[in-house]
Design a protein around this ligand. Sequence first.
Ligand SMILES: [Zn+2]
Length: 306
Amino acid sequence: MSLSRYVAAVTAAFAFSHAAFAADAKIPVVAAENFYGDVVQQLGGDRVDVTSILSNPDQDPHLFEASPKTARALQHASLVVYNGADYDPWMAKLLAASKGAKHTTIVAAELTGKKSGDNPHLWYDPATMPKVARAVNEVLVAADPAHKSAYDANLVKFLDSLKPVQAKAAELHDRYAGTPVTATEPVFGYMSDAIGLSMRNMRFQMAAMNDTEASASDIAAFERDLREKRVRVLIYNSQATEALTKRMLKLAQQSNVPTVSVTETEPAGNTYQTWMLSQLDALGAALAKGDASSTKAAAGVKGKTQ
Ligand SMILES: [Zn+2]
């Protein structure tokens, strides 16, 4: 569905139910993942009451199972935001089971044209959050038109605050596009693509994400990349820590391949923006280290031409 048609449908749904909001009542929102919850909070300010389901950066979200507590939180929500693309299949099930309740839903995968089988870590794509933010803004304005100017100001501020993240990704692109890297899981995949890094060992990463067994040859290829330093950096998902991914982390450390730890849930004390920026900073530092250790000869050539 196009964004405008999607928003029209959402607006129609709210025209039906928005009279339910008293002037002082906050709009109850449930976000499946805490970074979407954070963005709704930034856009809605004190007009929204946000509950995020996945908020623990020490758990593997791919293994999450909804509890009765999750279902209860959904009952009172007017707006539900979730990722889709099979990242949170429990959410679609819960929504289908709560047919009586009037929810407006925003699904990041629908806004970005992604489906089941695509890399589901959509919030690492710099193009995703502006789309989600615009859709959230439309819903908030439709639900509570008296505060339109405040919601619109919040949207402008939010979109503006993403600029340092986009600038950092562009800076890394200028410097490191084409650089070979690898990762234990495709969590950072879209950001890596935006930077233009050459991502290796995709089959291994998909197996780690889906909790299936990587083939012996995929494991051997991953180990060879680390041992022979064919990759400049290992991006390590600290939320998907199987024995095998831990082994790869250890091998990278032994082989002096710089590692960057990333999470798929926003850590406490961060905003979406600070979280993305701190991980890009860490990646930049790791790439610079890998740069110095593996291309001394190239640096020598550069030095002569200066
Ligand atoms: Zn993941």
